[in-house]
Design a protein around this ligand. Structure first.
Ligand SMILES: [Ca+2]
Length: 329
C-alpha cells in the first residue's frame, strides 16, 4: 500500500508540469472535462486562445449605475432612443403582440430592455466573450465566483442546447453578455428560446428568438401579466423618513400611505397591492418617491440596479406612447 502511494507520488512528480496560460485554468478544465481527455484538450485549446484584457477590468470598475438618477436617466431617455424604439416596436408589432399573449409581458418592456441593452441591436458588444469571461472569471477577484461560473456555462453552451456558437470568436459585452438582449451564458442556457423553431437559438440575427427570449426571461422571473410596475408617490409633510427598504414588494400599498406617501389622485391601485418604496434623486439634493411593484422587481432580475429598472420602465412608456402616435393614421 505504502509502496503504491510512493509510486503514485513519483509519477505525479515526474509528470511534466505544463505552465497554464491563465491562473486556475487547469482546475476549471478538470471540473468540466473530468477524465475526458479529448474534451480537456478541446477546452485547453479554447482557453489558450483567450486573452486577459485590462480594458475589461477597467470597464467593470466604472459602471453607469454609480451615478445618481438625474445623471443616469438622460443616458437612456433620449429622443433618439425613444424614436428608434418606436420604430422597432412598430416593425415587430405582430411578434410583440403574440409574445404578450404567450408570456404576459407587454411588448414595450421587451423593446425597452433591448433598447437599453444594445440600442435595438446596434451595439451588441465588441469584446470576444471568451476573453471577457476568462478575464473576469480568472483575474477579477471581486466577482470571480460569478464570472467563473459563467465561463463554465459558456464553455458548455454548444453541448447543451440548440446553440451553434463559435466560442473562440463570438462577440459580446465586456461582461460577456450576448445578443440583442445581452444574455449571460447561464441565461442563454436556461431561458433563451428557439421561437422561430428552426432548430437553433440565435440571439443575434433572429429577432423572433431574441425578443421571445427576453419575454420568457421576464415571465420566468415572475412577471405578473397586467400588473403595475411603478407609481409615483407624493411625500406629505411629516412623511416618515425611511432607510432603504429593499426592492421586494413586501408592504401593502396602504402601508406606504400610512407612512405619508400618497399615490396620484384617481390611481386605480388596490390598497392591498404589494409594493415597496423607492426614493430616487431626480435632481441634486432632491428625492422623488415611487411605489414599486412585483414587476419592477422582475426587471431588476435583468440588472439588479433600481436605476436600470426605472430607466427600462420610463423608456417603455415613452416608446409605447410614441409608437402609438406614429402608427396613428
Ligand atoms: Ca431559432
Amino acid at each position: 500500500m505504502r509502496r503504491l502511494t510512493a509510486l503514485a507520488l513519483a509519477l505525479v512528480l515526474a509528470a511534466p508540469v505544463a505552465a497554464e496560460k491563465h491562473p486556475g485554468m487547469e482546475a476549471l478544465i478538470a471540473e468540466i472535462a473530468g477524465s475526458d481527455q479529448a474534451r480537456a484538450a478541446e477546452l485547453r485549446a479554447l482557453l489558450n486562445g483567450a486573452e486577459k484584457r485590462q480594458g475589461i477590468i477597467d470597464a467593470m470598475t466604472r459602471p453607469a449605475e454609480a451615478k445618481p438618477w438625474h445623471a443616469y436617466r438622460p443616458i437612456f431617455l433620449t429622443e433618439d432612443r425613444i424614436n428608434q424604439g418606436a420604430d422597432f416596436y412598430n416593425k415587430h408589432r405582430v411578434l410583440l403582440e403574440r409574445f404578450e399573449t404567450r408570456y404576459g409581458v407587454p411588448g414595450e418592456y421587451v423593446v425597452s430592455i433591448v433598447g437599453v441593452e444594445t440600442f435595438y441591436g446596434r451595439i451588441m458588444g465588441s469584446w470576444k466573450v471568451i476573453d471577457a469571461l476568462t478575464t473576469l472569471g480568472l483575474y477579477y477577484p471581486p466577482r470571480q465566483p460569478y464570472f467563473r461560473g459563467e465561463l463554465k456555462q459558456f464553455l458548455e453552451l454548444p453541448r447543451q442546447r440548440q446553440v451553434t456558437l463559435d466560442l473562440a470568436s463570438v462577440k459580446g459585452s465586456y461582461a460577456g453578455a450576448m445578443g440583442l438582449g445581452q444574455f449571460m451564458p447561464t441565461s442563454y442556457l436556461k431561458w433563451a428560446v428557439d421561437e422561430d423553431a428552426n432548430g437553433r437559438i440565435d440571439l443575434w440575427e433572429s429577432p423572433e428568438d431574441a425578443l421571445a427570449s427576453v419575454a420568457n426571461y421576464l415571465k420566468e422571473h415572475g412577471w405578473v401579466a397586467g400588473g403595475p410596475v411603478t407609481a409615483p408617490l407624493t411625500a406629505t409633510p411629516g412623511a416618515r423618513r425611511l432607510r432603504d427598504t429593499g426592492l421586494d414588494p413586501v408592504f401593502p400599498l396602504s402601508q406606504l400611505v400610512e407612512w405619508g406617501y400618497q399615490p396620484p389622485a384617481g390611481a386605480t391601485l388596490s390598497p392591498e397591492q404589494a409594493a415597496n418604496l423607492l426614493a430616487l434623486e431626480d435632481a441634486p439634493e432632491h428625492l422623488a418617491y415611487h411605489a414599486i411593484f412585483a414587476n419592477f422587481r422582475v426587471i431588476t432580475r435583468y440588472n439588479r440596479s433600481p436605476l436600470y429598472a426605472m430607466a427600462v420602465h420610463e423608456l417603455a412608456q415613452a416608446i409605447k406612447a410614441r409608437a402609438e402616435g406614429r402608427s396613428a393614421p
